[in-house]
Structure formats: structure tokens, C-alpha cells
Design a protein around this ligand. Structure first.
Ligand code: FPP
Length: 250
């Protein structure tokens, strides 16, 4: 796995986004939900460029949850078609920008053409080290912990730091914990996303529907993150000036 560079001071090493609001964005315009997802793809492209240019090392996007299988068949199929065409269309730019693409989630039941595109794109970008773009497809945090636990119990070598060792069994093995978790679209919940990995993430909930998110909101998010004093359950030392986004103090 490529070593992703550390981000510059004050920047989160790992940003994760719950891209919510495509459906409501479309309904407000009298459009189909699938048109909302297509507009969401534009915002996704912009966000990937933005975070890569900022120097964030890892960006994880929640594109299809384990629970999304419960949506109408037509919407699910349209989403899969969108994922196939998006992977094909975006791959050259990812290669050019030095971005490694990695998918997390249970892909076994995805259509075979989608599975093939996912694997090809992972291989084509495996050597890239400017940013790791993680796309969660068929993903659920509980699924991730369970699949890790099954392999964990079968393995006798757990090392001196069991939490760090367990992280190595999760789908995000080798990636840093989430520093900043953003959810768009006005809901204030984490919806089974990265439950273990976001244990100490700063949580930012914004009202804007995902297709309307621009660099302005993303920049504000990074500025807000830089102002947070992260204590990880500890107490800051007397006179400690909190460095931006730094682990001085929950
Ligand atoms: C949530 O909005 C969005 C999704 C389930 C799909 C996200 C997909 C994209 C943004 C397209 C492209 C992404 C990649 C990475 C190829 P919602 O449908 O739940 O919106 P609602 O809450 O308003 O109904």
C-alpha cells in the first residue's frame, strides 16, 4: 500500500463525508432522484479536487450504504450505472493527480461489471501517493467491525496494542483514523458510517444538500476544524495553547 504523505499543519489527515441530500435536492426541482445523484456526482468531483489540492491525505466518501439496498430497484440500478460510468470517466484524472482509489464495503453482490471496474481502478491507481480516495460502497460500520472481528478471532498474533492491531483488520487498514466527519443535508447522525474509525472525529453537520456544496462550505469546514481543540478524552496541560486541530487536549 502506498504511503500517503502527512497533511500540512492544521489540516485533517482523514476527512470523511456523508454526502446526503441528493434526493431532496432533486425533489425540490421537480427532478427524479437519479438526477439528484447525477448532480451529486458533480459535487463529488469538485470535493475530490478540493481536498487533493489542500493536501488532505485521505478522503472517504459514503456513496452506497448497506442499508441503501432497501431503496427502489430503479434507483439502485441507476446508482450502479452512475458508479460504473463515473469510475470510467474519472480514472484518467485520478491517475494524473496521483490519487489512489480504494473501495470499502461488501462488493460481492454488486453487478459484475461494477465489480470489474472497481478492481481495475484500484489496480490502476495503486502506486499513487498524493491522496487516498476511499469510496464506501455497500458499506456499513457494523459490517466492517463484524468482518474484522471474524478474522481477528481466527488470528493468534494480536500484538502489544490490541486496538491498533484490530484496526488492521478493518476495511480501512493502514489508513489513519477519521479526523473530520462532515454530513451534508441537515441530518445529525452518523448512519452506520466508519463507527470504529470515527471514534474521535470532529463532527460537522451542514444544512446544504450535497449537490449544492461548493468550495465555500468545504473551506469553512477546514477552518472550523482548525479551530477545534482535540483532547481525545484528556485534559489540556496548564497554559497549553491549542494548535489548530491538534491533539492537545476531547
Ligand atoms: C445520499 O442522498 C446519496 C447517495 C445514497 C448516493 C451518493 C452518490 C453520489 C454522490 C454520486 C457519486 C459518487 C461517487 C463516489 C461515484 P439521498 O439520496 O439519501 O438524499 P435524500 O436524503 O435527500 O433522499
Amino acid at each position: 500500500m502506498p504511503v500517503i504523505p502527512k497533511p500540512r499543519d492544521g489540516l485533517p489527515a482523514h476527512v470523511a463525508i456523508i454526502m446526503d441530500g441528493n434526493g431532496r435536492w432533486a425533489e425540490a426541482r421537480g427532478l427524479s432522484r437519479s438526477e439528484g445523484h447525477r448532480a451529486g456526482l458533480e459535487a463529488t468531483r469538485n470535493a475530490v479536487r478540493f481536498f487533493a489540492e489542500q493536501g488532505v491525505g485521505t478522503l472517504t466518501l459514503f456513496a452506497f450504504s448497506s442499508e441503501n439496498w432497501g431503496r427502489p430497484r430503479e434507483e439502485v440500478e441507476a446508482l450502479f450505472d452512475l458508479f460504473v460510468s463515473a469510475i470510467e470517466a474519472e480514472l484518467p484524472e485520478l491517475v494524473e493527480r496521483g490519487i489512489a482509489l480504494r473501495f470499502i464495503g461488501d462488493r460481492a453482490t454488486f453487478p459484475s461489471d461494477l465489480q470489474a471496474r472497481m478492481t481495475e481502478a484500484e489496480h490502476a491507481t495503486a502506486g499513487n501517493d498524493r491522496m487516498c480516495l476511499v469510496v464506501a460502497l455497500g458499506y456499513g460500520g457494523r459490517w466492517d467491525i463484524l468482518q474484522a472481528a471474524r478474522r481477528w478471532v481466527a488470528d493468534s498474533d494480536r500484538g502489544a496494542d490490541p486496538e491498533a492491531a484490530f484496526s488492521g483488520y478493518l476495511s480501512t487498514a493502514g489508513l489513519p483514523d477519521v479526523d473530520l466527519l462532515i454530513r451534508t443535508g441537515g441530518e445529525h447522525r452518523v448512519s452506520n458510517f466508519l463507527l470504529w474509525q470515527a471514534a474521535y472525529a470532529e463532527l460537522l453537520f451542514i444544512e446544504t444538500f450535497w449537490p449544492d456544496v461548493t468550495n465555500t462550505e468545504l473551506e469553512e469546514g477546514l477552518t472550523w476544524y482548525a479551530s477545534r481543540q482535540r483532547r481525545f478524552g484528556r485534559v489540556p496541560a496548564a497554559g497549553d495553547a491549542a494548535a489548530p486541530g491538534e491533539a492537545t487536549g476531547a
